[in-house]
Ligand binder design. Structure first.
Ligand SMILES: [Zn+2]
Length: 262
């Protein structure tokens, strides 16, 4: 074998190895050699209130339910949607760093909204995932809650604890987006322990759609004695007619990933 062909072979091996250890493309837009390119990452902006965009968090008069102050960093569409789905599918664990870092930024709005009314820490509570996702080690909302909780502890006077308190009740596996189940939503999630009356909780989820999941989480925590002060998510589904343009330049591999988990 000539020296140049051996070099060519080594380069081929290095490229193949590089594909194993380096991201092949931006999870949002398919741009090569980036986990999440600057343009896609910039779509995660400042935390914005979004409860009014949802069916179940905006509050109601009959029965009287107060709105749940809810913040999201992005609109769940286009590259943001591709990114979150790629992460949740388990195919892109390299997104944990950037997405948890984005989630942590939401803590900047926390200090004005709550002051503990009970002894003990403020609790940061992740929305529950299905048992299968949990077993597969893909409890991404737990990762978001950990990062958010650390950031809240940095801006809070008192102690903060991240506690995985909530579980879906069996039979509610299709909770997300299931508007038809809304009448059952208060029973769809259970809290695993009683809490000191007045314990302040902050909820964390990955994506807010109708708000049914977070409303069920709130009901379960309140039933256990807590006060749910607010909720935080990476993204909120775009309201109808908002004219969000889907990005078309997504690679075939990303499209396959999306189809497998969407
Ligand atoms: Zn991108």
């Amino acid at each position: 074998m000539s020296r140049s062909s051996r070099h060519g072979e080594l380069r081929g091996v290095a490229r193949a190895f590089g594909r194993l250890v380096l991201p092949q493309e931006c999870a949002g837009c398919g741009r090569p050699d980036r986990v999440l390119c600057r343009r896609c990452r910039a779509l995660f902006g400042e935390p914005q209130r979004c409860e009014e965009l949802t069916q179940h968090l905006a509050g109601s008069q009959d029965p009287p339910v107060a709105p749940l102050p809810t913040w999201a960093l992005a609109t769940y569409a286009g590259p943001v949607r591709h990114t979150v789905l790629a992460w949740k599918s388990g195919g892109r664990p390299d997104l944990t760093g950037p997405l948890t870092a984005e989630m942590a930024r939401a803590a900047t709005v926390v200090s004005p909204i709550e002051s503990p009314t009970a002894p003990g820490p403020v609790l940061v509570v992740p929305a529950p995932s299905g048992a299968a996702r949990r077993r597969a080690g893909r409890f991404v909302v737990g990762d978001l809650a950990d990062a958010f909780g650390r950031a809240v502890a940095g801006v809070s006077d008192g102690p903060v604890a991240v506690v995985d308190l909530l579980r879906r009740r069996s039979g509610s596996g299709h909770l997300l987006g299931a508007a038809a189940r809304s009448r059952d939503r208060a029973q769809a999630v259970r809290c695993q322990q009683r809490l000191s009356p007045g314990t302040v909780c902050l909820l964390v989820d990955d994506v807010v759609t109708t708000g049914a999941t977070l409303a069920a989480c709130r009901a379960a925590l309140e039933e256990s004695g807590a006060i749910v002060a607010a909720a935080f998510a990476l993204a909120v589904t775009a309201p109808p007619g908002s004219g969000v343009i889907e990005l078309s330049a997504v690679s075939k591999e990303t499209q396959r990933t999306l189809r497998s988990v969407d």
